[in-house]
Design a binder for this molecule. Structure first.
Ligand SMILES: O=C(O)C1=C[C@@H](OP(=O)(O)O)[C@@H](O)[C@H](O)C1
Ligand SMILES: C=C(OP(=O)(O)O)C(=O)O
Length: 438
């Protein structure tokens, strides 16, 4: 396998000479892997994770849990299959240091775990991690009984002074800037003395499927969770204290990372098969079946996986992406190549993601000759003929894959720091050239 280019390199995005026709095996879901690691670490018995994603975000999660005393061993699954992590829970201990990189899941899901540790746990990360909101988690943990030293900005860096246990109980949180505040509090809550009752107080709540993923995965390891959808109050989630089971979990492919490959079929009028596409899932990427169909493709779930076919036509779309915000860069890339304008709504919180994604998409598509404007909560995209040039990526994996999609249709696009895809998909350059038959 060819090594990834260095960070400063410009990667010539391959131009598609014809319709793609490929089967792409997409590695495991970041969101499932990092939830599974946390839940397995908090369980009362060892568990297995099969086909975990091994990327920057998940390796940082594993390293952080190991630093607090959890055993995570490379292993062979109970049925002899490879590509497995065995997670052995242990008493959580400080002092420990956690590098969150720029992983939202690590910076939000682990402070509650650290509050259960015996000793101080120091959190630090990439410069961008200092700018991403964490106030919902910090303030809530203090209400629930944790002692945290930060610099008063409600952000990293910080130290959680774990006391070996946490009271828990009721807490209000405004999660309009990130659903991960809610997920973070729920994931560790079975281990809080009183469990938790989380009440979201903000006007909007993004990424609801990711909260459903948290609830489903908690229930699958034996936690009792009451949700608005199970007859509870709107915007209130309750987790009862109790022991968690160790499980043998196979991680689904990352459907948000399947996006650029599906987009390739759409943009080139070709066909891409994604094996192991789950029939039922909480992953937001499942919405691509509907969104990319509306944009001109068609799809079918078969025994081979999801078969997605482009028609040669690409249509604009008017869509609220609030539930599936992480799909925005890839949809914007396709929309820039469409035969009619698009409006992407409901994603103001993307300004606080890996980079300000609304500003970054606007600038980079416009520098290739596009016509994109930012709205209060999204993007308006009027397709125009694009030309080659450098596509800057701002350390954002989804900017890099969005640029690659544009490069299929536009000659001479060069992507800055394609290696940033290692956040969730280290194999991206090889998978991409493999899809194109190179
Ligand atoms: O819980 C998760 O695994 C995620 C939740 C979402 O975060 P936000 O609600 O902050 O957008 C999503 O964008 C992110 O990629 C992963
Ligand atoms: C927003 C994202 O990641 P994070 O988990 O760092 O929030 C993403 O992957 O698109």
């Amino acid at each position: 396998m060819a090594p990834n280019p260095p960070h400063t390199a410009l990667w010539p995005a391959p131009h598609a000479s014809g319709a793609v026709d490929a089967t792409v095996h997409v590695p495991g879901s970041k969101s499932v892997t990092n939830r599974a690691l946390v839940l397995a670490a908090l369980a009362s018995e060892p568990g297995w994770l099969r086909r975990p994603l091994r990327s920057r975000d998940t390796l940082l999660m594993a390293a952080a849990l190991r630093a607090m005393g959890v055993g995570i061993e490379e292993g062979v699954g109970p049925d002899g299959s490879g590509e497995t992590w065995r997670v052995i829970p242990a008493a959580l201990l400080g002092p420990a240091t956690v590098d969150v990189g720029n992983a939202g899941t690590v910076m939000r899901f682990l402070p509650p775990v650290a509050a259960l540790a015996d000793g101080p746990v120091r959190f630090d990360g990439d410069p961008r991690s200092y700018e991403r909101p964490l106030n919902g988690v910090i303030d809530a943990l203090r209400v629930l009984g944790a002692r945290i030293d930060d610099d008063g900005r409600g952000a990293l860096p910080l130290t959680v002074h774990g006391g070996g246990a946490l009271d828990g109980g009721p807490v209000s949180v405004d999660a309009s800037s990130s659903s991960q505040f809610v997920s973070a509090l729920l994931l560790s809550a079975p281990r809080f003395n009183q469990g938790v009752e989380v009440r979201h107080t903000g006007a909007t709540l993004p990424s609801l499927p990711h909260i459903r993923m948290t609830v489903d995965m908690l229930r699958a390891v034996g936690a009792q969770v009451d949700t608005p959808e199970s007859g509870g109050e709107p915007d209130v989630w309750r987790v009862t204290p109790g022991a968690l089971l160790g499980r043998d979990l196979t991680v689904e492919p990352d459907l948000s990372n399947a996006q650029p490959f599906l987009a390739a079929a759409l943009v080139t009028g070709g066909k891409v098969v994604i094996p192991d596409w789950p029939a039922r899932t909480t992953q937001p990427g499942d919405r691509l079946r509907e969104i990319f169909t509306e944009m001109g493709g068609s799809c079918e779930l078969t025994e081979r996986g999801l078969v997605f076919t482009g028609s040669g036509a690409i249509h604009g779309i008017d869509v609220d992406l609030g539930e599936v915000g992480e799909l925005t860069p890839g949809i914007a890339a396709v929309a820039a190549l469409a035969d009619s304008p698009s409006t992407l709504r409901g994603v103001a919180h993307l300004r606080l993601h890996e980079t300000d994604r609304l500003a970054a998409l606007t600038k980079e598509i416009n520098e290739l000759g596009g016509d994109v404007t930012e709205t209060a909560d999204g993007l308006h995209i009027r397709p125009r003929p694009l030309h080659g040039g450098v596509f800057h990526t701002y350390d954002d994996h989804r900017m890099a894959t969005a640029g690659a999609v544009i490069g299929l249709a536009v000659e001479g696009v060069r992507i800055e720091n394609v290696a940033t895809t290692a956040k969730t998909l280290p194999d991206f350059p090889d998978l991409w050239t493999g899809m194109l038959g190179n």
